[in-house]
Design a protein around this ligand. Structure first.
Ligand code: SF4
Length: 255
């Protein structure tokens, strides 16, 4: 029996054009337009092909991690260890993965750091190059076998995300990006974490509402934008973890 919108499922080994990807995304957005984040996640895992969750195990990550654990705990979860993370993040990652019994956690690391950043100071000279080396390129390689990935991006985070859909084509790749929390507010996130008694990243209570690498993240003061502590005083506000034609673009951070 043919299911409605079954064409949204990529056929194994196929590489859809951007037009085909757009068509699939439109089918998925129409189908899930008024659905909950959980339903979108379920739909993505069922209808959008081979999908991974990309997680920073940051301040809000536990929401999507919990949803994946409830729906299908064998879903691949990709965690990028830049080797510049806070110790608290590494400890939290282990704690959350164990607590939620995640069955397919994949820790992604760059394999050529010693050659390109032997003394670990590249972030002081060129943050874009450092993010490309430690985050973007390893993730791009890790995603090569997937039809799509789930991100934690939300509409409230910035003006450029104000019209964010649940599903979107990733420009220049064959992948679909899934944003189950697109319509969620900060209150929604807090409520979900409270109701499900999910562990919080310990740095949140110490003034870090957005958490990335240790050298590039500082605490945020009262009234500041939650992302003000990321790359503070530098001309950068995104890790560039989204791709076009296999290269990073500054369209928004997944973290
Ligand atoms: S956030 Fe900073 S330390 Fe981490 S990869 Fe980017 S520039 Fe490097």
């Amino acid at each position: 029996m043919r299911l409605e919108g079954q064409d949204a499922v990529p056929r194994p080994g196929t590489h859809p054009s951007q037009a085909e990807l757009r068509r699939r995304v439109d089918i998925l957005n129409d189908r899930y337009r008024h659905h909950s984040a959980t339903a979108v996640m379920q739909g993505a895992l069922r209808d959008a092909g081979n999908i991974a969750l990309v997680s920073s195990f940051g301040a809000e990550s536990v929401v999507l991690l919990h949803m994946v654990a409830v729906i299908e705990r064998r879903t691949p979860v990709l965690f990028i260890d830049t080797r510049m993370l806070f110790t608290e993040t590494l400890v939290y990652q282990v704690e959350v993965a164990e607590r939620l019994n995640l069955q397919n956690l994949r820790i992604i690391r760059a394999d050529d750091i010693a050659r390109h950043d032997p003394d670990g100071t590249l972030h002081q000279r060129d943050t874009d190059a450092c993010c490309a080396l430690r985050k973007v390129e390893p993730l791009n390689r890790a995603l090569a076998d997937f039809d799509g990935w789930i991100t934690g991006r939300k509409r409230f985070q910035s003006g450029t995300r104000a019209a964010l859909d649940f599903f979107e084509p990733e420009a220049g790749t064959n992948r679909i990006k899934v944003n189950p929390l697109a319509h969620w507010s900060p209150d929604d996130l807090r409520t979900y974490m409270d109701e499900n008694r999910l562990p919080r990243h310990p740095l949140v209570a110490r003034g870090y509402p957005s958490i990335g690498c240790a050298p590039c993240t500082s605490p945020v003061g009262q009234g500041e934008d939650p992302r003000a502590g990321r790359w503070r005083d530098r001309n950068k506000d995104e890790c560039g973890i989204h791709f076009e034609n296999g290269k990073m673009v500054r369209t928004g951070a997944a973290t």
